[in-house]
Design a protein around this ligand. Structure first.
Ligand SMILES: [Zn+2]
Length: 247
């Protein structure tokens, strides 16, 4: 099997191996936390040839053809060379901590991103988001991270926000329940405190919902990042915010 760094290719099961030696090791402290989307400008054959040519000094982790065929060139654990000089979200050198995906498109704003290509890219991104817990704001275009420095404009015309939304929809909701469970709290979207905390932007819960008797009155309360929510037990229409600290 072809090699592309320390792992056997492909890692994404639906990809075909097409190994490039254009990579180096990621810095030891650089966990993967971003996805950078590109457009090739050229067609798949010439792009694959260039991205695997030792004199090009460029590569990517995955390349997706118009028909949805995915090629893996470099192991995700390795530092592929796709981002170039880059700065965005307060972070520089995005090759260190990103997975680079090339989509075959002329990048002229006219050539459409084919539905099969976008579907394949979505499947690949759902896999990467699940594997590395990539945040939505860390799924970016080459233009966003490098355009101001290098003039890169790719992937021109790609509907990024719509694409990110469609990825979020495909991440299984069980993940949210599992994450709450990791806090020691059962997620109940119908709980009044949970609904208020979401509506009022109070952040995640930091305690379970509790009961306490104070001077003969039974209170329900739950702590959130910003404050504590409380009400007299049963009187769910009158929820109070209690500051964590005396003011
Ligand atoms: Zn690019």
């Amino acid at each position: 099997m072809a090699q592309g760094g320390s792992m056997a290719l492909p890692e994404f099961p639906l990809a075909r191996p097409y190994a490039s030696e254009n990579y180096n090791v990621r810095p030891p402290d650089a966990g993967i936390r971003a996805i950078v989307l590109h457009a090739t400008v050229g067609e798949a054959d010439s792009s694959l040839a260039w991205l695997t040519n030792p004199i090009s000094y460029v590569s990517c982790h995955y390349l997706i053809n118009r028909d949805g065929t995915i090629f893996q060139l470099v192991s995700e654990s390795q530092r592929a060379w796709h981002a170039g000089p880059s700065f965005y979200n307060g972070l520089s050198d995005w090759n260190n901590f990103s997975v680079g995906i090339e989509m075959v498109d002329h990048n002229d704003g006219v050539d459409p991103y084919m539905p099969a290509l976008v579907d394949a890219c979505r499947r690949l991104c759902v896999y990467l988001v699940g594997k590395y817990a990539v945040r939505p704001d860390m799924i970016v275009t080459h233009k966003m991270i490098s355009g101001a420095i290098t003039g890169k404009s790719d992937p021109k015309g790609f509907p990024l926000q719509e694409f990110i939304m469609s990825i979020a929809k495909q991440v299984p909701t069980e993940l949210r329940y599992a994450a709450w469970k990791a806090l020691g709290i059962d997620f109940n979207p119908n709980a009044m405190f949970t609904q208020r905390a979401q509506a009022w932007g109070l952040g995640r819960p930091v305690t379970t919902e509790q009961r306490v008797d104070i001077k003969g009155v039974r209170w329900a309360f739950q702590g959130f990042e910003s404050c504590v929510l409380a009400c007299v037990e049963g009187d769910w229409q009158n929820v109070y915010k209690v500051d964590w600290f005396q003011t």
